[in-house]
Ligand binder design. Structure first.
Ligand code: FAD
Length: 377
């Protein structure tokens, strides 16, 4: 295991598993706190959108599959009040939707599900955990994600397509880690970590673990890029002038979050993850378009998930990864960031990073449990 920790996560990075563990120890308290702030904890989505790929054949009846929505507008923070929405949200999203009709859209996500017939959800009150969703229904979703959208892993294919597969597999591993970490203990009727579930789903598969760690540095690199372009400095988190103090606090928190990564090594963020090694060959433009379309399809497949709680977190995380890919591969100057990044994408990106950070923390807790179990044997 020590050798594993010292090995590089992927050929695209000079970072080891141990480096990420150390980095995450510093980052974890900051991101954990950030996602409890009103701006990041309220998510808006359409939970009733029909599956565009096959006829709906049921839904999850477990109570744990349900999502509690916020029905009282007054309980929503200022940024989501109707007058603020008009200013901040819709201009970017509506523009995006129009642009989406064109072939050249920069988006890797289908953002349509964030405009019409939406509900508001408090993410903290609806944690990602074991729901009991499974069997043929979830199998069909994962199968169509891998079979139809992840190209042909293991066969002769370009590095970009392998990278795409790894992102999806890392997301799957992270979801599996969360549901194992908050698994329903039917004796105590409480949610507790289950080492058995974790080993079955992730722990026994070094490749799945590596893909999850890769996702961590990819999403972190996207956040660093936003910071480098001064996007967090320009963000208006709150419309009300009384909240200027809060806004400054957020900006300080983003610095606290990203400084450890920037200081991480002498070669700085080029070592963390170098996105420039991808899409540099002759046929790159068409490969990129294909990947963009396939990732968009994955965000649409989320509308086929029968369990609302899983759909919520699936939609949030696919949007978060799609946003990270867009930031890394499409946005090259400050203007494009300002014109092409909506509030919902930023919220999804930050929460997706929190999911990955929590997964890394859980993996290390599971490792400690595993070591203890071995010692006792
Ligand atoms: P699955 O996890 O369904 O995996 C299916 C197959 O995919 C495996 O047999 C294996 O061959 C392959 N596979 C598994 N992991 C990986 C990986 N990391 N990389 C590559 N291949 C892999 N359940 C919850 O309890 N809570 C949730 O919040 C939740 N969210 C979900 C979100 C989405 C979008 C989906 C599609 C499902 C979600 N589920 C959730 C269900 C959960 O992911 C599993 O599908 C379910 O627990 C059944 O697990 P399983 O053991 O059959 O294997």
């Amino acid at each position: 295991y020590e050798n594993f920790l010292q090995s590089y996560i992927d050929e695209s990075t000079a970072v080891t598993f141990q480096d990420v563990n150390d980095l995450n120890d510093k980052i974890r308290p900051v991101i954990k706190h950030l996602v409890t702030e009103n701006f990041f904890r309220i998510f808006r989505l359409n939970l009733f959108k029909e599956c565009p790929f096959w006829k709906g054949d049921g839904f999850c009846m477990h109570r744990s599959c349900a999502v509690d929505t916020i029905d009282d507008w007054e309980k929503l923070p200022d940024i989501w009040q109707p007058e603020a929405l008009g200013k901040l949200e819709d201009s970017v999203l509506v523009k995006k939707l129009n642009a989406d009709a064109e072939y050249s859209s920069k988006d890797y996500c289908d953002l349509d599900g964030f405009i019409h017939d939406t509900v508001f959800v408090d993410l903290v009150a609806n944690p990602e955990r074991f729901t009991g969703y499974g069997g043929d229904q979830s199998w069909q979703i994962w199968k169509s994600i891998y079979n139809e959208n992840c190209f042909n892993l293991g066969h002769d294919q370009c590095v970009e397509k392998n990278f795409f597969y790894k992102i999806v597999s890392g997301m799957h591993a992270s979801i599996s880690t969360h549901l194992s970490n908050e698994y329903l203990d039917t004796t105590a009727m409480d949610y507790k970590p289950s080492l058995v579930q974790f080993m079955m789903r992730v722990g026994n598969y070094p490749d799945r673990m590596a893909n999850l760690y890769l996702n961590y540095i990819v999403v972190l690199k996207a956040l660093i890029k936003l910071e480098t372009f001064g996007i967090f400095d320009d963000l208006t988190f709150c419309e009300d002038l009384n909240f200027v103090e809060k806004e400054n606090e957020f900006k300080t928190r983003f610095k606290e979050l990203l400084d450890p990564a920037l200081e991480f090594s002498e070669c700085q963020n080029e070592c963390l993850f170098d996105e420039n090694i991808l899409f540099k060959e002759k046929n790159s433009a068409s490969v990129k378009d294909e990947i963009k379309q396939n990732f968009k399809n994955i965000t649409r497949i989320m509308d086929c998930v029968h369990c609302d709680r899983c759909r919520l977190w699936g939609k949030l995380q696919t949007t978060g990864y799609g946003t990270a890919l867009k930031v890394l591969f499409e946005l090259t100057d400050k203007e494009s960031f300002q014109l092409d990044l909506s509030k919902i994408e930023l919220i999804a990106l930050v929460n997706t990073f929190d999911r990955l950070s929590k997964s890394i923390e859980s993996i290390n807790n599971f490792k400690a449990k595993y070591d203890e179990a071995i010692r006792k044997e």
